[in-house]
Ligand binder design. Structure first.
Ligand SMILES: Nc1ncnc2c1ncn2[C@@H]1O[C@H](COP(=O)(O)OP(=O)(O)OP(=O)(O)O)[C@@H](O)[C@H]1O
Ligand SMILES: [Mg+2]
Length: 377
C-alpha cells in the first residue's frame, strides 16, 4: 500500500502540483504566441517566466489566470481541469504591471474590494484587510487615497489586494516595472519573503534576468512561445544548454572549436588558434564537427593569477589584450584570440590601486574546464 509522505505545511507527496500546463498552445489568427508549453509548478514554488519581449510570457500567464483560453492543451490548478472557467472562478489572483487601484477609493476599500464582492461580513473584512496590509508592511494607511502613496507603496497595496482572499496561486506580470531601481530591488526581496510567508505559489513574469535570478526557485527561459530551459537559477546560469539561454542571462564568451573527442567527463576540442581546450557537454558529447563552448567572464583568470596547483589542467588561451574597461566592482579585459574570436575576462577589483596589464600585450588566460559548457545548439 502506498503511504503518502507528509511534507512541510501538512501537504503530502500525493498532493497534485499547484499548476500544470500540458501542451498548451495559443494562436491569434495564424500567429502562434505560445507554441506548446509543458510546465509543472510545485506547491508554494516561486517560478519565473523569463524571456525577451513578445516571447509569450504574458499570454502564458493569462491562460493560467483564465483571461485567455488556450487554442489547445490543458491547464490544471490544484489537480483540477480549468477548462473555460473564468478568472474569478479560479483559485488565482493576478497583479499586473499597471496595478490599477481605484483612485476614488481609500486604500482600505481598494484592498477590501474582492472580499466585499464575495460577501465577506464587515468585521472579517476589516481584520483581513489589516492583515494583508501588515503582510506587505503598510500598516496604518487604510484611510489614505492611492494618490497619497509612493509608487512602491501603491504597488504593495495592489499586492495586498491580491493576497487578501488567500489565493493558492498568485500571478505577477512585471509588477515592479514602474518602480525605480532601488525600490525594485527592495520589493524583489520582499516578494520572495512574502512567498515564503504566505505559502502561495507565485508565477512571476519578467524580462529582467537579474530579477529572475534574485527571486526564483526555478526559472523557465522562454523564446518564441517555447520554454527553452527550466531550472534553478544556478543551473540556468552555470549550465545554459543553448546559445540563446547563455546569451540572454548574463554575459558569456562563446568559443568555436573542432571536436577531438571525449576526455573523461569532458569533451576536448581544438580552437582556431590551435589550442586544445576541454568543456562539460550540456547534453551528450558530440561525436565530431564544430561546437560552441560557453564560459562566463568571471570564471576566466589571467594565467599568472590562476589559483596555484589547482590550475594545472585548466584550459589556456593566448591572445592580444585589446581593451581594459574599469567597471567599479570589476575590470573588463578583452583578449583577441588568433582567428576571429575574443575572450572577455572579469577581474574583481578587490584591492585599490591594482595595476592592470596594458593593451597590445600578449596575454594568456586560464579557466577550469568544469566551468566551461559545450552548448547543445
Ligand atoms: N490579443 C492578441 N492578439 C494578437 N496577438 C497577440 C495578442 N496578445 C498577444 N499577442 C502577440 O503574442 C506574442 C506574445 O505576446 P505576450 O504579451 O505574451 O509577450 P510577452 O512575452 O509578455 O512580451 P513583453 O515582455 O513585451 O510583455 C506577441 O507577439 C504579441 O504581439
Ligand atoms: Mg508581457
Amino acid at each position: 500500500m502506498a503511504v503518502a509522505k507528509t511534507q512541510p505545511g501538512g501537504r503530502t507527496a500525493a498532493d497534485p502540483p499547484s499548476i500544470e500546463l500540458r501542451r498548451v498552445r495559443k494562436s491569434f489568427g495564424d500567429f502562434t504566441a505560445v507554441a506548446g508549453v509543458d510546465l509543472t509548478v510545485g506547491q508554494g514554488e516561486f517560478l519565473t517566466l523569463l524571456g525577451p519581449s513578445g516571447c509569450g510570457k504574458t499570454t502564458t500567464l493569462r491562460m493560467i489566470g483564465g483571461f485567455e483560453l488556450p487554442s489547445s492543451g490543458e491547464v490544471l490548478i490544484e489537480g483540477a481541469q480549468m477548462g473555460n472557467l473564468p478568472p474569478y472562478r479560479r483559485p488565482v489572483n493576478t497583479v499586473f504591471q499597471n496595478y490599477a487601484l481605484f483612485p476614488h477609493l481609500s486604500v482600505g476599500k481598494n484592498v477590501a474590494y474582492g472580499l466585499e464582492m464575495s460577501g465577506v461580513p464587515r468585521g472579517d473584512r476589516e481584520r483581513r484587510v489589516r492583515e494583508a496590509l501588515d503582510l506587505v508592511r503598510l500598516p496604518n494607511v487604510e484611510n489614505r487615497r492611492p494618490s497619497e502613496l509612493s509608487g512602491g507603496q501603491q504597488q504593495r497595496v495592489a499586492l495586498a489586494r491580491a493576497l487578501v482572499n488567500h489565493p493558492s496561486v498568485l500571478l505577477l506580470d512585471e509588477p515592479l516595472g514602474a518602480l525605480d531601481l532601488k525600490l525594485r530591488k527592495a520589493m524583489q526581496l520582499e516578494l520572495k519573503h512574502l512567498n515564503r510567508e504566505v505559502g502561495a505559489t507565485f508565477v512571476y513574469v519578467t524580462h529582467d534576468q537579474e530579477e529572475a535570478l534574485t527571486m526564483s526557485d526555478r526559472i523557465a527561459v522562454m523564446n518564441e512561445g517555447r520554454i527553452l530551459q527550466l531550472g534553478a537559477p544556478e543551473e540556468i546560469y552555470e549550465r545554459p544548454r543553448s546559445r540563446f539561454v547563455a546569451d540572454f542571462i548574463g554575459q558569456t564568451n562563446f568559443i568555436e572549436c573542432d571536436v577531438l573527442g571525449p576526455d573523461g567527463r569532458f569533451v576536448a576540442c581544438r580552437t582556431a588558434g590551435g589550442e586544445t581546450i576541454r568543456a562539460i557537454p550540456a547534453v551528450e558529447a558530440p561525436a565530431g564537427g564544430t561546437i560552441t563552448v560557453a564560459v562566463r567572464p568571471e570564471k576566466v583568470s589571467l594565467d599568472a593569477e590562476a589559483p596555484g596547483g589547482l590550475s594545472a589542467n585548466w584550459n589556456r588561451l593566448t591572445g592580444t589584450l585589446t581593451e581594459v574597461i574599469y567597471l567599479g566592482t570589476h575590470t573588463q579585459l578583452v583578449v583577441a584570440l588568433p582567428g576571429e574570436g575574443q575572450i572577455v575576462v572579469h577581474r574583481q577589483n578587490r584591492m585599490l590601486g591594482e595595476t592592470e596589464p596594458s593593451t597590445g600585450q600578449q596575454l594568456t588566460v586560464a579557466f577550469d574546464p568544469a566551468s566551461a559548457t559545450v552548448l547543445a545548439e
